[in-house]
Structures are given as C-alpha cells and as structure tokens.
Design a protein around this ligand. Sequence first.
Ligand code: ADP
Length: 179
Amino acid sequence: MEVKVGPATLELVEGDITRQDTDAIVNAANQYLRPGGGVDGAIHRAGGPAIEAECRQLGGCPTGEARITTGGNLKARYVIHTVGPIYRDGFHREAELLASCYRESLKLAAAKGLKSVAFPSIATGVYGYPMADAAQIALTTILDYLAQNPEIKLVRLVLFGRLAFEVYEQTLTELSHRR
Ligand code: ADP
C-alpha cells in the first residue's frame, strides 16, 4: 500500500528491514547502542562489525533521539539508530517519545541529504508498545513530517509479519480517509 504526500510517498510493505535498498534503514536500538535482539540483532548480523564499531564511539543515545552510522555490508548506506520507549501503561510519555523517534530519525536523514528511509515498527517488540497505538503514532508523525518537509521523497515502513502489516494498513486507510 502507498499514499502520496505532496512529492513524497509513504509505503507500507511486509518484509525484512535488513534487505531494504533505501538510503538509510532505521534501527530500533537500545540506549547503549549495543547489539541486542529483535530487529537490532538482525541489522548488526546483516551489516557486520563496522556498525557496532561506530556505535561504540557514539556513547549511547537517549530515548526518543536518533544517531547515524554507516550501513556496513547492508544495501542501505546508513543506519539510523533510534531508541523507542519501553511501554509501561501509556502514562509515561510513551506516545510523545515514540513520535520523537520517527521525527528525529527523519530530521537526521534530511540533514544528511538522504532521499529515502525505511523504518521498522519501533518499540512494538520487546519494548511492548501496543501495535495499533504504535501504528497510529508512527503514521501520523511521518505524514505530518512529509507534509511539512520536502527533502525526503520516500518513507517505507517495513512490517514484520502479516499481522503487523494489516494493523498498519488498516490504520493508514483510516487516516487517508480523514485527510
Ligand atoms: P523494540 O525493542 O523497539 O520493541 P524489537 O526489535 O523487539 O524492538 O521489535 C520492533 C519491531 O520490529 C517488532 O514489531 C518486530 O516484530 C519487528 N522486527 C523484528 N525483526 C525485524 C526485521 N528483520 N525487519 C523488520 N522488522 C522486524
């Protein structure tokens, strides 16, 4: 599924983020920027040790912020590492921090002159963010960003598994009808 936002495209696909050919892929990292499980482990395995070596130099990353490294052996030239909130009950700034992850990652990509970025569904694995709520935040934040900033031409959300894809598709369909 895809929608146009001015000159930009927002695309939803089911797949594996490590295989994307966008200028950058985004990693759902931890605050220490140390290789972990889930999508983070998959990116470090596929990208090789150059990514971890650069991460070590960065000295961590606070929740809601983003950092950039090389893409190592990946097709993508860069990896943008962002740290999602650990979901507790929805009353600990989780929504604000999750929105910030998408916005800060896009800002960093634009500052580097990148034109295409692929995201996984941040915080919806080990960090426990409910998928439907996370989809709403991810999609509205990306749509708002693209509507206000013309630099990035393609944002692709790469959903892992049919269920995640369907939740995002349903949410984007509802949002498109409202716009
Ligand atoms: P977090 O700690 O931010 O929750 P996880 O890596 O545990 O990060 O999960 C984030 C999301 O990434 C989950 O929805 C998970 O299903 C998904 N995911 C896991 N592996 C991949 C992959 N290779 N490509 C895309 N998404 C993935």
